[in-house]
Design a binder for this molecule. Structure first.
Ligand code: ZN
Length: 412
């Protein structure tokens, strides 16, 4: 069921350089029911490789998307940070692209309609594309967002184009890194866009991963780890020009690209040329920075295990916060499980009552924190640290402490 590969997902070059091997791991979002905890649990290799031709960092193996996303449990709307980010972006595009009742906004991986709702609310027609059946159903029934239950790609884009449904604005947030057929996805963007249209694409930025040692953002769902250099080549190959770029502080640090058909010849912003130059300066086009990351990851693991072991030795009670995918990579790679952590608290009601993959921590509602008052909480969703610390003010007031694991373990 796994597809090992030696050819680059973007440019097809063979001979990728292996830079970081995290070993075999369960799927990061494959939460278990109580009756599954003692059963067999599939595990897959998790290894990062680098293409020396187009500078794309990528996983060497692909788990079929149906296995990964059929019952995806991440609801965007549970995080207030995400909603604020979405509202702000929609307002900006409505104004700058002069969107109205004759426009169309299409989003790939539209989740529960968390972004499209802000267009719909002011009368701009929208279309969501979301492969996870349970989440697409929430978008349709609870938010009234028309949503196709499909994977976005070249085939769907052809169909929409033939039906005359072409987008003035196309969104793809936090999805491109999940796509096995990169070229097909980006070709699909070009097909579905109006000739005057614009695509807004957000991906976690590999520079943030490297700077902050965010190795836990590496899991099977994330096939690619993008620099602007790698994206620039990919988009040009499919007839799109990245005319502007911004770094946004979401998901541990992301790049937001603004891309348009090359024929439009929108002028390239200074931000694009400056960031491309900066990337060549720090070596985004060389394997060395990834090999250095691998060494820092090993140090982080020893340091975190040491810290938790010392606290445990002092008789402290430990738990975790946030049953996230990145938490799965962190715990499984570091070998931290029930011998160390009593449970993991999470606000998402669809996760509560389940168990974390590989490590089998019970997932509990956050109320359990005040009932049990563990001395320390390992913060697995450090990308929402400020929001979570505010929500858990009472736990902290009563003496509870947080441990943030990256860029190096620290008691906060
Ligand atoms: Zn390549």
């Amino acid at each position: 069921m796994m597809t090992p590969r030696d050819a680059c997902r973007s440019c097809g070059q063979t001979g990728l350089v292996s830079v970081l091997d995290l070993g075999r791991m369960p799927l990061a979002n494959a939460l278990l029911r109580a009756d599954q905890v003692s059963g067999p649990e599939p595990a897959y290799p998790l290894e990062l490789a680098f293409c020396q031709r187009c500078s794309l960092a990528q996983l060497t193996e692909t788990v079929p998307p149906e296995t990964l996303f059929g019952h995806y449990v991440y609801f965007s709307s549970f995080a207030q940070t995400m909603l604020d980010h979405a509202r702000h972006l929609a307002d900006e595009l409505i104004a700058f692209e002069r969107l109205g009742p004759d426009s169309l906004v299409v989003e790939a991986a539209s989740n529960d309609g968390y972004l499209l709702q802000f267009y719909r609310d002011v009368g701009v027609p929208v279309l969501g594309v979301e492969p996870a059946r349970n989440i697409a159903e929430v978008a349709r029934s609870q938010r009234g967002i028309p949503t196709l239950t499909e994977f976005f790609g070249e085939a769907l884009a052809h169909r929409l184009r033939e039906e005359g449904r072409r987008a003035d604005v196309f969104h793809a947030h936090n999805v491109l890194a999940h796509v096995a057929d990169l070229n097909g996805f980006v070709a699909g963007i070009r097909l579905v866009l109006q000739d005057t249209g614009m695509a807004v694409v957000e991906v976690p930025y590999v520079k943030d991963l490297l700077d902050h040692c965010e190795f836990d953002t590496i899991y099977h769902e994330h096939l690619c780890y993008f620099s602007l250099l790698a994206l620039d080549e990919l988009f040009r190959r499919q007839g799109l020009l990245i005319h502007d770029v911004r770094r946004v502080p979401i998901h541990g640090g992301s790049l937001r690209l603004y891309a348009s058909p090359v024929e439009q010849a929108r002028p390239r912003s200074v931000a694009v040329t400056a960031l491309l130059r900066e990337e060549r300066d720090w070596g985004a086009d060389r394997a060395d920075c990834y090999l250095a990351l691998a060494e820092r990851v090993r140090v982080l693991r020893d340091s975190l295990r040491g810290l938790l072991g010392r606290l445990k030795g002092q008789g402290k009670r430990l738990a975790a916060y946030g049953a996230s995918a990145k938490g799965s990579t962190l715990l499984n790679y570091c070998g931290i499980g029930r011998e160390t952590l009593d449970f993991v608290a999470d606000r998402s009601t669809v996760k509560q009552g389940l168990f974390t993959p590989g490590t089998h921590l019970p997932i509990c509602p956050p109320e359990k924190l005040l009932e049990e008052m563990p001395d320390y909480l390992l913060l697995l969703t450090w990308n929402f640290a400020d929001e979570i610390m505010r929500q858990q003010e009472e736990y902290r007031r009563r003496g509870g402490r947080f441990i943030t694991p990256v860029p190096e373990p620290k008691v906060a």
